[in-house]
Design a protein around this ligand. Structure first.
Ligand code: GCV
Length: 717
């Protein structure tokens, strides 16, 4: 009897039971549920051999052991010799690897890339995973696990992969108080109070998730920065995090407050040309590198939305960036200087960053990147690409996308952002004629830069599933995958994410992919169709408030952006208006400037269009606007029906979460639709077209709605 009980006890221990709470993200290594495939994989993989014991390769080893044992449901032997079915992992330069991989191949995958290859030698079949560095090999291991998770064949492997962009980063807008600016997934995951003594398990799981998609840099703190992070007490805490991340190839960066010399250095000024200030930063950099020898560098928001900067001392952004760059240079650190600047002026906010930075092209040090948001205003559901892309050939421009859905329904709405990212990356700037896509500027190939980067403002918090909405994980995933390879399609990324995160069931994958791929355009339709932008609630940025006109600055008011009147709606940015279009190359400018050729998705970004103007659909602008708002809200209903039909295909826990969230999303799509249509109707004076249900509440009702429970409000607007 005792033996039976002991057996039952041990058996139950061997079954790892996970609550499907989303914590495991896409790194779920449950047993392959396809018997044939499982057998094929088991036949091909029987043991592991590692050529080296660096910290990074130990991470790879740990991941492969847990991944393979979970997926194959069998013990994987670790051995020193090579036998049939050995998975040999290591660095190309190791003799036992380069006898299998040619030197020619090794030149193809560069510093961070990898090769995964089936090889037969002395009648023994093995699989080799190798990089020129240990981090390359780690990325290869994650890729191999992804192949199994997504049920790909491993019969005749010959995969070579390498990143198109060097700095693949997450920018956290986390405050030292653990609130997160524009964060909708709980508090910051950095527990500053318990660091450095207590290392939360999450730090390692966060690093694993990032490494699995190639992310190799993280900025820990908000760009609206607190200088305290640069003090010794905090640097020790930062170093503790860096120690965890290092084993996953991830470097730590910090947002630096420009006025730190005053706040923590007892100086009277932060003037970048002042000798004492320069010394302060030099010493600070030296101190940081003592604690964190592989520190990445600084991210800086300066002279924007109330942040201090070089212009406080009549210096330029280049003066400020170069001063910090000089302090970091001897340590190979870099400065990521943000181009998100605009002031309280009469100039169209669209134009201001370009006006500020274009004249500085070529004036930055070699270790400075300029980080530019994808669009000229601020992470709207749709923006034209930022005119700085293609306008600063002598300066490496780094992409800044936003994963946290500040303007896209927080972590309540299901919006898959890869199509938004791709739209910007694929846009042709015409800088060097046709074929000058934004992606080629970002990856350095068009202008021949040897330092390149892409960042996403993180959507991660202490919620058990990391991102609040189970589908918001897909946006974190997509950022990493696109930074690695911007040629991947949104559909390919969605496909692999769904398979790893939920199931390989074909009906589930197919339906959910359709939902994801349509979700961004649906959101645009019920929030900001036809090129409307920045018409959301003041300060918290949730829900519609196109009527709002009480902000202390004109360009924080929705009315500034839509300009609705009795004639029409939209912002004239052609030569008869603000002429922001002059900032683009002629081909781009002309396409947008001609109301007849302007992509209707961006129409109201560039034109003040009469209500009765006929669009390609044959409908008047007013009717089309209504049509889009109604189609958007109806389409959320389609998302709900499609999702509901999948009950039973996945765990109930996540199924029910998404179901509830889609329900809220539908109610809020109706809120957006009704509020906007009723408000714009006060200008058009036209009725809502026949066949569309009338809003059930009055405009006054929608205007009276408050939104007091918004998390993550920043200090600025
Ligand atoms: C970190 C927008 C957001 C701010 C954010 C700012 C920025 O204005 O609303 O919260 O501040 O962008 O990107 O610096």
């Amino acid at each position: 009897m005792k033996k039976i009980l002991a057996f039952i006890f041990l058996f139950s221990l061997s079954l790892t039971v996970y609550a499907e709470d989303g914590y495991r993200l896409w790194l779920r290594y449950d047993k392959i549920d396809n018997a044939n495939l499982l057998q094929q994989y088991r036949n091909k993989i029987s043991s592991l051999k590692f050529t080296d014991t660096s910290a990074v390769l130990l991470s790879a080893k740990e991941e492969l052991i847990s991944g393979l044992q979970g997926l194959l449901d069998k013990k994987i032997a670790i051995q020193n010799n090579i036998t049939e079915g050995t998975l040999l992992v290591g660095i190309f330069s190791d003799a036992s690897i380069h006898s299998y991989i040619s030197a020619k191949d090794s030149t193809k995958f560069g510093k961070e890339g990898f090769i995964i290859k089936s090889v037969k030698a002395n009648q023994i079949n093995i699989i080799v995973i190798a990089g020129n560095t240990d981090i390359g090999a780690l990325y290869g291991c994650f890729h191999f696990l992804r192949m199994l998770q997504t049920h790909q064949s491993i019969e005749k492997l010959s995969v070579i992969s390498f990143p198109s962009i060097q700095l693949r980063m997450l920018d956290h807008w986390d405050n030292l108080s653990r609130t997160v600016e524009r964060g909708y997934a709980g508090m910051s995951i950095w527990n500053w109070q318990k660091l450095p003594g207590y290392i939360d398990k999450r730090y390692k799981d966060y690093a694993r998730a990032n490494a699995s998609i190639g992310i190799n840099g993280v900025v820990l703190n908000n760009v609206n920065a607190n200088a305290t992070i640069l003090t010794k007490d905090y640097l020790i805490k930062v170093a503790a995090l860096a120690n965890v991340f290092r084993a996953y190839g991830i470097k730590v960066y910090l947002s630096a407050r420009f006025s730190a010399p005053i706040e923590i250095g007892n100086l009277k000024t932060a003037d970048p040309l002042d000798e004492q200030v320069r010394n302060f930063w030099k010493q600070k950099a030296d101190e940081i590198y003592e604690y964190i020898p592989d520190f990445g560098g600084f991210l800086v928001k300066a002279n924007s939305e109330g942040q201090p900067g070089p212009q406080n001392y009549n210096r330029t952004h280049a003066d400020g960036a170069n001063m910090l760059a000089d302090a970091l240079a001897s340590h190979n650190g870099i400065v990521i200087w943000r181009a998100f600047v605009y002031s309280n002026s009469n100039e169209d906010r669209f134009k201001q960053a370009y006006n500020e930075f274009k004249p500085l092209d070529g004036k930055f040090r070699k270790n400075v990147l300029l980080q530019v948001k994808n669009g000229p205003i601020d992470f709207q559901p749709r923006e034209p690409f930022h005119p700085l892309f293609g306008a600063m050939p002598q300066t490496p421009l780094m992409m800044e996308f936003q994963l946290t859905q500040e303007y896209l329904g927080f972590s309540t709405h299901l919006v898959y952002l890869a199509p938004l990212f791709k739209e910007c990356l694929d846009a042709d700037t015409y800088e060097n004629g046709k074929g000058s896509a934004v992606a080629k500027i970002i990856d350095g190939t068009l202008e021949d830069h040897n330092i390149t980067g892409m960042a996403g403002v993180a959507n991660i918090g202490s919620d058990i599933n990391w991102t609040g909405h189970p589908f918001a994980q897909a946006n974190w995933y997509a950022l990493g995958r696109l930074a690695w390879d911007h040629n991947l399609t949104s559909a390919e990324i969605a496909d692999e994410w769904i398979r790893q995160t939920f199931t390989n069931d074909p009906r589930f994958v197919d339906t959910v992919k359709k939902i994801m791929l349509a979700s961004r355009e649906i959101t645009v339709d019920y929030m900001t169709p036809l090129g409307l932008h920045h018409i959301m609630g003041y300060s918290h940025h949730y829900g519609p408030a196109p009527w709002y006109n009480k902000a202390e600055r004109a360009d924080w008011n929705p009315v500034y952006f839509h300009k609705a009147d009795s004639v029409g709606i939209g912002f004239d940015r052609t030569s008869t208006g603000s002429n922001a279009l002059s900032q683009y190359e002629p081909e781009v400018r002309n396409a947008f400037a001609d109301i007849h050729t302007c992509d209707e998705k961006s129409l109201l970004w560039f034109h003040h269009v009469p209500w009765n103007y006929t669009l390609q659909s044959g409908r008047s602008l007013w009717n089309e606007l209504c049509y889009k708002y109604y189609a958007g809200a109806d389409s959320v209903e389609w998302m709900q029906t499609s999702w509901n039909a999948l009950k039973g295909k996945i765990d109930d826990e996540r199924f029910e979460q998404v179901k509830m969230l889609l329900n809220i999303q539908h109610n809020e799509a109706l809120w957006w639709r009704n509020a906007c249509v009723l408000y714009f109707q006060t200008f058009s004076g036209l009725s809502i077209p026949k066949g569309f249900e009338q809003p059930d509440k009055s405009l006054e009702y929608y205007e009276s709605l408050q939104f007091p429970y918004a998390p993550g409000i920043g200090g600025n607007q």
